[in-house]
Design a protein around this ligand. Structure first.
Ligand code: PLP
Length: 487
C-alpha cells in the first residue's frame, strides 16, 4: 500500500507549515526564556482565582488562531507560573528541565507512542529497559534489578507496596482485603520523616493509615533501627503481619539518610520487604565520592529514584527498580483478549508492571539527558550543587544569630534566624515572616519544615542553572529581610 498524505490533505489538524511557523517561534521563545528565566518572579505573584477569572468559562466552539492562543499564553498563563526553571528556585527539592530533556519531551509528544505492549512501540519498551540499566550502573547499584518508569515516586512506592503485599501470599489480588477474617492486620514501617507518599500508598492499597508505623528518629533525623526492630516484635505479639519497611535516602525535610544496612538486616531476618525511597538522594549515587550514601540499597527488594528531581529530566520521570520482576508481574499482569499478541510472554509488555495501561515515552528524554551530559557531566553538576550547599551552610554558621538546624549531606540546608534572647515561639513567627518576605520579593523561592516544633527554612539547590551568584544573592536577601522584619 502506498497511500500518503500530501501537503494539501485536509485532515482537520493544523497544516504542517503552520506547525513549522509556530514551532520555530516557540523554540525561539523557549530559548529566550531559558537564557533568562529571572525576568519573571520565581514565585508566581497571582492571587487565588486570578487565572480562572482571566479564562473564558467554556471552550470556543470555533477554531481560534494559534497566534491568539500563544498571545494568551503569555498574557494569562505566564503570570500564574512559578518558575521551577529559575536558578533562584530553592524550594521543595529544586528541580529543572535541561535542554536535552526538553527536546526529548518534544519528540515524545510528536511520536505520541503508547508503550503499553512491546508491539505498541518496541523502541519505547526496549529503550526503557536499556536506559534504566544504564542508570542503575551509573548509580553504582549491582546488577539484578528490573526497572520501570512511572510518573512519580508516589506511584512507584505504591506499586512497591503492592508487590510486598503480593509476596505475603495472602490472596489479596484474588479476594481483596474486605470481609476477610483470615487476613491479619498488615503493617508498614517508615521513619517519622518519611515522605507522605508512603502513607498515601498504604491508604490506597488498603493497609489503612493507622497501619503505617512511624518509627522515631535519632538526633540526625535518621530512623532508629532498634526502634524498628522493637515495633516489629511488638506487632508480631499482637498477631499483626509486618509487610514492608520503607527506608529513605534523603528525606524531604532534611535529607537525612536512614541506616539502610541495619534496616536491611532487620528486614532479612524478619522476612519483610524493604523499599528504599531515594526519590531525591538516590541520584547522588552518580557522584563516586557520594555513592557511599546509597550503601545497603542493593539489599532492598525495591527502590525508587526520580530523575525528575535531581537528574535534570523534565517532570515526570520516576524509576522503580525491583529485584523480583516476576513478582511485580504477578501483582499486576491482567491481559484481556484484545491485548494478547504473538509475542506475549516472550517480551516485556510494560503494562504488566503497574496499574496503568497506557504510558508516555519517558525513557526518550532520560536517554537524551544521559547521552547529552554523560554520567560524568551529570555527576559534576550534582557535585557542584553539593558544594554550593556546603558553602551556604558555612555562611549561615559564620553569621551571628543564624543557625544550621540539621546535617546537610546533599544539597539541602535547613537553617533559621534565631536571635539570642528571643523565645522559641517568637522565633517561629519571625522565620515564617522571613520566608514570606523573601518569597514576596520574587527574587527567590524557599520553603520550610518543622523540626522538633521549630520553624525551619529550607534552601534546596538542584536547579541546573543555579550558580554561586544566585546562592550569594538569596543569602543577602535573607539577611536584609531578617533585619527589616526585626526592625
Ligand atoms: N519521596 C521523597 C523523599 C520526596 O522528597 C518526594 C517529594 O518531594 C517524594 C517521595 C514524592 O515524589 P513525587 O512527587 O515524585 O511523587
Amino acid at each position: 500500500m502506498d497511500v500518503h498524505l500530501d501537503a494539501n490533505s485536509d485532515t482537520g489538524d493544523l497544516p504542517t507549515d503552520v506547525f513549522r511557523k509556530h514551532g520555530h517561534e516557540l523554540i525561539d521563545w523557549i530559548a529566550a526564556y531559558l537564557d533568562d528565566p529571572t525576568r519573571y518572579p520565581v514565585l508566581s505573584q497571582v492571587r487565588p482565582g486570578d487565572t480562572i477569572a482571566a479564562l473564558p468559562t467554556s471552550a470556543p466552539a470555533q477554531s481560534e488562531e494559534m497566534t491568539d492562543i500563544l498571545a494568551d499564553f503569555e498574557r494569562v498563563i505566564m503570570p500564574g507560573i512559578t518558575h521551577w526553571n529559575n536558578p533562584s528556585f530553592f524550594a521543595y527539592f529544586a528541580i529543572s528541565a535541561s535542554i536535552p530533556g526538553i527536546l526529548g519531551e518534544l519528540l515524545a509528544a510528536a511520536l505520541d507512542t503508547n508503550a503499553m505492549l512491546w508491539k505498541s512501540s518496541p523502541s519505547a519498551t526496549e529503550l526503557e529497559m536499556v536506559v534504566l540499566d544504564w542508570l542503575r550502573q551509573a548509580l553504582g547499584l549491582k546488577a539484578g534489578w528490573f526497572g520501570v518508569i512511572n510518573d512519580t515516586a508516589s506511584i512507584s512506592t505504591m506499586l512497591a507496596l503492592v508487590a510486598a503485599r503480593e509476596r505475603a501470599d495472602l490472596g489479596v489480588r484474588e479476594n481483596g482485603l474486605s470481609g476477610r477474617d483470615d487476613v491479619p492486620v498488615l503493617r508498614v514501617y517508615c521513619s517519622e520523616h518519611a515522605h507522605s507518599s508512603v502513607d498515601k500508598g498504604a491508604i490506597t492499597v488498603g493497609f489503612g493509615h493507622e497501619n503505617v508505623v512511624h518509627i522515631p528518629v535519632d538526633e540526625e533525623f535518621r530512623m532508629r533501627p532498634e526502634a524498628l526492630a522493637a515495633a516489629i516484635a511488638e506487632d508480631r505479639k499482637h498477631g499483626f503481619l509486618p509487610v514492608a519497611v520503607v527506608a529513605t535516602i534523603g528525606t524531604t525535610s532534611t535529607t537525612s539518610i536512614d541506616p539502610v544496612p541495619a534496616i536491611a538486616d532487620i528486614c532479612e531476618r524478619e522476612g519483610v520487604w524493604l523499599h528504599v525511597d531515594g526519590a531525591y538522594g538516590g541520584s547522588a549515587g552518580i557522584v563516586p565520592e557520594l555513592r557511599h550514601y546509597l550503601d545497603g540499597a542493593d539489599r532492598a527488594d525495591s527502590m525508587v529514584v526520580n530523575p525528575h528531581k535531581w537528574l535534570f529530566t523534565p517532570v515526570d520521570c520516576s524509576v522503580l527498580w525491583v529485584k523480583d520482576r516476576a513478582l511485580l508481574k504477578r501483582a499486576f499482569s491482567l491481559v484481556p483478549e484484545y491485548l494478547v499478541t504473538a509475542e506475549s510472554g516472550e517480551v516485556v509488555d510494560l503494562m504488566d508492571y503497574g496499574v496503568q495501561l497506557g504510558r508516555r515515552f519517558r525513557s526518550l528524554k532520560l536517554w537524551m539527558v544521559m547521552r547529552s551530559f554523560g554520567t560524568e557531566g551529570l555527576a559534576s553538576r550534582i557535585r557542584e550543587h553539593v558544594r554550593l550547599a556546603q558553602e551556604f551552610a558555612k555562611w549561615v554558621e559564620a553569621e551571628a544569630g543564624w543557625e544550621i538546624m540539621a546535617p546537610h549531606p546533599f544539597s539541602l540546608v535547613c537553617f533559621r534566624y534565631a536571635p539570642a534572647g528571643m523565645a522559641e515561639e517568637q522565633r517561629n513567627v519571625l522565620n515564617q515572616k522571613i520566608l514570606d518576605g523573601v518569597n514576596a520579593t520574587g527574587d527567590a523561592f524557599l520553603s520550610h519544615t518543622k523540626l522538633g516544633g521549630r520553624f525551619v527554612l529550607r534552601l534546596a539547590i538542584g536547579n541546573i542553572r543555579t550558580e554561586e551568584k544566585h546562592v550569594g544573592r538569596v543569602w543577602q536577601v535573607l539577611k536584609e529581610t531578617a533585619v527589616r522584619i526585626v526592625a
